[in-house]
Design a protein around this ligand. Structure first.
Ligand code: NOJ
Ligand code: CA
Length: 703
């Protein structure tokens, strides 16, 4: 049952107070400049989080809105500008003053159909402030949680306001003592979209970066700036202006405008997650809480689960997507994979390269893709029927190579066809350089768009809502970044949006040992990622080859627990799993849907330990799993097992690095051992260089 406490009060700005520390909301007024008596008063309104961890002040400064944020009494964001610039009207913000405020107090929990946890707690205090220049008005809505802040602009319909083109967003984040802060970031507006290795630099050395943008202040406070509910708007990237002052930099349309909208819109929530330590960021539900509830109604047809696929062979060059001798997507090969999936408990088989259009350099010509015609050696009806007899689903695949108009034209037929054959999940792909998405307008003119501009934000969501009509879930590769929309559209089941496993096959350089230990604190704050873990043949071309997986084998296992996704691939070739059947057992056992998740320990880029409790499943929610991964540094981590249920005994099935293991020379040195444990025990995890530990805590019946 949802428990909801909500009070809403409307008040005009008339309350004058000097202290706000014990108040959830207050309004302050003070002369803008002391000593100038005829100066109008600058107004300041304040909202603090339920446990007073966070305080947000909004002031009109007598000339335009600014905000600042305090965490545990200390400023973390100093006075920062707010506002929007419209093509027709200029700056919306300058000369706008605070007119009215409305407060709300929310304490409730809501249920996820699938996720890192079944129940999400939403506790925050809200403050909506009306700002006006006498002619026009808009609102700044703020929600203060104990783990961070969300704020957005809301521009209602009003006289003389219709079409509005946004040329700039003026939102700033002025980081306190930025000169002493450390940041982890990937560049924005690059050709490789979000698929970059992370940089770790002093904050003042960043240029233009994507969000989630994670950084650490000198005093150990960890913060991450991102956005929630990115709908019909351009993505926010962050551009460093003066040192430590980051400005929202919206990804433009091909004509240079940032957002094309009309009065009656609100922006996505600008979010700042704040915690005392690195794991605090991982245990935050702020992004989900700032999204709208499920709009799809009954979504029991959205099914989490593990899958295998005709995929890695293409990345290794053993197979081809296109036709010919090495064509991967044949009827026989698909059946072989379906057998393997059925024998080993996998729900689905992904098949790439089944449709006409892959011959030649497919990434340069998406216009020739057909999404309804199969290659002659791929018999869709036969395969679908075979899968049904085996209880294994075929997972569909649509690579657009960025030719989205071509995809749009065929989308209805393509989704209808998949629905007819019982395909309930589709992986989509948008391989094209950043800024090179091909949009053919009604006038026939080709225009090139960014993957994270408003046009594509809408295009991705269109595919998700069209799929939902047919009870199909979407896993987007080369996506728009996640902003928590899975809450509203639970069939948006996963996405890529960072460097995944594929880079280990051909990336120059491949993913380094700190890549996944950084992803956990950056990309993963946005939501699930289809990273495709589980490579067992870590170095097909030899340990010294450039392209190899820079982890130990047990780190591959731990990734299933660390990098959350409701769908997880066992990405390697079946023959490689046959070489390590004992370690493969963990991949067979590990669930993809969780009752609860707890980040237990970690430091950004260095290591991370997650414990997650199975939701339902074979253990009826009784089993727990743990994943721990480290960067290049081998380390021992002591873990308290107090997350386990008291008075229960568990068999800890431990998959750990062997004593000689390290990713460079001995990645296959692993040990599997069992130990009886209960919630009072501690375990010391021993991780090799770029190693990992994966544990299943199997609940035992006897107490
Ligand atoms: C890039 C995707 O990330 C990868 O998984 C896929 O195999 C290729 N595109 C081809 O669609
Ligand atoms: Ca990719």
């Amino acid at each position: 049952m949802d428990s909801i406490i909500k009070t809403v009060a409307k008040q005009s700005v008339a309350l004058f107070r000097n202290k706000y520390t014990n108040l959830a909301f207050s309004v302050l007024a003070a002369p803008a400049l002391l000593g100038i008596s005829n100066m109008a008063l600058a107004k300041t309104v304040v909202v603090s989080s339920p446990e007073k961890q966070i305080v947000v002040e909004l002031t009109d400064n007598n000339q335009g809105p600014q905000y600042r944020v305090l965490f545990q009494g200390q400023p973390v964001i100093n006075d920062s500008k707010l506002g929007l610039v419209f093509q027709s009207l200029g700056e919306f913000g300058s000369k706008f003053t605070i007119e009215e405020t409305q407060t709300s107090k929310v304490a409730r929990k809501w249920q996820q159909p699938w996720g890192e946890r079944q129940w999400v707690i939403d506790r925050h205090n809200g403050l909506s402030t009306k700002l006006s220049n006498g002619k026009y008005y808009f609102y700044v809505d703020i929600k203060a949680f104990d783990d961070g802040v969300g704020f957005r602009y809301r521009v209602p319909k009003q006289a003389d306001l219709n079409q509005l083109n946004i040329t700039q967003e003026l939102t700033e984040f002025s980081i306190d003592q930025a000169d002493k802060a450390t940041a982890w970031w990937i560049p924005a507006r690059g050709w490789n979209r979000y698929e970059y290795l992370y940089n770790k630099t002093p904050l003042t050395k960043i240029d233009r970066v994507h969000t989630p943008f994670t950084f650490k202040l000198d005093n150990g406070v960890h913060m991450s700036i991102h956005e929630a509910a990115l709908v019909d708007y351009a993505a926010m990237t962050l551009d460093q202006r003066r040192d430590g002052i980051l400005r929202a930099d919206l990804t433009p349309w091909s004509d240079g405008l940032k957002v094309k909208t009309h009065a009656g819109f609100s922006t996505p929530w600008r979010t700042i997650q704040i915690a005392n330590n690195a794991t605090g960021l991982l245990n935050s539900d702020l992004i989900l809480n700032l999204n709208e509830p499920n709009k799809l109604g009954d979504v029991t047809w959205v099914e989490p689960g593990k899958y295998v696929g005709i995929w890695w062979g293409m990345h290794l060059n053993e197979n081809t997507w296109g036709s010919g001798d090495k064509h991967g997507a044949t009827t026989d090969e698909t059946k072989r994979y379906m057998d393997f999936a059925a024998d080993n408990g996998f729900a689905g088989v992904l098949v790439e390269g089944w449709n006409i259009g892959w011959d030649g350099s497919w990434f340069h010509n998406g216009d020739v893709f057909s999404f309804t015609e199969t290659y002659p050696d791929f018999d869709l009806p036969e395969i679908a029927a075979y899968g049904a007899t085996k209880g294994v689903r075929l997972i569909g695949h649509h690579e657009t190579s960025g030719s989205v108009t071509n995809y749009r034209k065929q989308m209805t037929d393509a989704y209808d066809m998949y629905q007819k054959y019982g395909v309930t999940q589709i992986k989509t792909g948008y391989v094209a350089d950043g800024g090179d998405i091909k949009r053919v307008d009604a006038d026939g003119i080709i225009r090139h768009e960014w993957h994270d501009g408003q046009f594509m934000v809408n295009e991705y969501l269109h595919s998700v809502t069209e799929a939902a009509k047919r009870q199909i879930s979407i896993n987007t590769h080369e996506p728009i970044k996640d902003t928590g929309l899975r809450r509203t559209y639970p069939n948006w089941i996963s996405r890529e949006g960072a460097r995944g496993q594929e880079f280990n096959a051909w990336g120059t350089p491949p993913n380094n040992p700190s890549h996944t230990t950084t992803l956990a604190y950056t990309r993963m704050l946005a939501g699930p990622m289809d990273f495709t873990p589980g490579i067992f043949d870590l170095a097909p071309k030899g340990l010294d080859a450039v392209n190899r997986v820079q982890t130990t084998l047990t780190k591959q296992l731990a990734l299933y627990v660390v990098l959350y996704s409701p769908i997880q691939m066992a990405a390697d070739l079946p023959r490689n799993y046959a070489k390590h059947p004992d370690a493969f057992k963990f991949i067979q056992d590990v669930p993809t849907d969780w009752q609860q998740s707890i980040a237990l320990a970690g430091e950004v880029g260095e290591y991370v330990v997650f414990a997650r409790q199975e939701r339902g499943g074979k253990s009826h929610g009784n089993d727990w799993y743990l994943g721990a991964i480290t960067d290049d540094t081998a380390r021992k981590i002591e873990i308290d097992l107090d997350f386990l249920e008291p008075n229960k005994r568990y068999e800890a099935q431990i998959y750990r690095d062997g004593d000689k293991a390290n990713w460079r020379t001995k990645p296959y040195d692993y040990v599997i051992e069992n130990q009886l444990v209960n919630h009072k025990d501690k375990l010391t995890l021993s991780l090799a260089s770029s190693g990992g530990t994966a544990i299943r805590f199997k609940a035992l019946n006897k107490r």
